[in-house]
Design a protein around this ligand. Structure first.
Ligand code: ZN
Length: 242
């Protein structure tokens, strides 16, 4: 990434083109992501040789980064973001009325395809490895708003959380003692956490599989009943809950 004044150039996390990048909020600012936040990335947590080790970085804009070109940022913003914002607001109301239950049941009036495409766009932004961007079927699914059917090796799992500790973890190959080698990405931001699996299982048995959202027509609104387990996120490690 080349930084000059306010121009940040790099490869867009969605279309892959080398362009001027714009700040992408992950999740969208209107989904409770509009205040300054402290972020710990990979280099702050695991790389002891880095001068950033053990430190954190303040982002005044909220959670996110310079990840998408202006065109991808604008398109996904127009096509998917507001329906995701509505989903997040409904989720917040449901979690606030759940009285501390573990299993949070709620009825959501949402546009499922739009919502899952925004979640996937967030995973594209979180993935610094370039792996997700190299998956042509995934990129095509997102860049054409009307495309239906998420590539089959991917699943998206949902859970409820209000944890202040946030994860924004791109494609990772993880060894889990019980599950073996898993390929996961994870983002959590109140009221939900999202796990993307690639040819892998869920990180927790009570996560709610919402992959079928990817089979609904673009813009079609449905009443969807979801039961999401409340999971606490206290560590930066992917797939670990308390
Ligand atoms: Zn782009």
């Amino acid at each position: 990434m080349v930084k000059k004044k306010n121009n940040i150039e790099g490869n867009c996390a969605l279309c892959g083109e080398l362009k001027k990048l714009s700040f992408e909020h992950v999740p969208p600012a209107a989904a409770f992501n509009n205040s300054p936040i402290f972020i710990q990335g990979h280099e702050h947590l695991t790389d002891e040789s880095s001068y950033l080790f053990g430190k954190k970085m303040k982002s005044n804009k909220g959670f996110g980064g310079y990840t998408l070109c202006e065109s991808c940022n604008n398109n996904t913003g127009d096509w998917y973001a507001r329906d995701f914002v509505s989903f997040a607001h409904q989720g917040m109301e449901i979690i606030n009325n759940s009285k501390g239950q573990y299993n949070i049941k709620g009825e959501y009036k949402i546009k499922p395809l739009n919502v899952i495409k925004q979640i996937l766009t967030m995973f594209m932004s979180a993935d610094k490895s370039g792996h997700l961007q190299s998956q042509k079927d995934l990129v095509e699914f997102l860049m054409n708003k009307d495309n239906v059917g998420m590539p089959e090796k991917y699943k998206i799992y949902l859970y409820s959380t209000l944890s202040s500790h946030k994860r924004m973890i791109g494609h990772s190959i993880v060894y889990d003692p019980k599950l073996g080698i898993q390929k996961w990405s994870e983002i959590n931001f109140q009221p939900f956490g999202y796990l993307l699996s690639e040819d892998s299982v869920a990180a927790h048995e009570h996560m709610c599989d919402i992959s079928t959202f990817g089979s609904v027509e673009y813009g079609k609104e449905l009443l969807v009943e979801l039961s999401t387990a409340y999971l606490n996120v206290e560590t930066p490690l992917i797939g670990l809950y308390s």
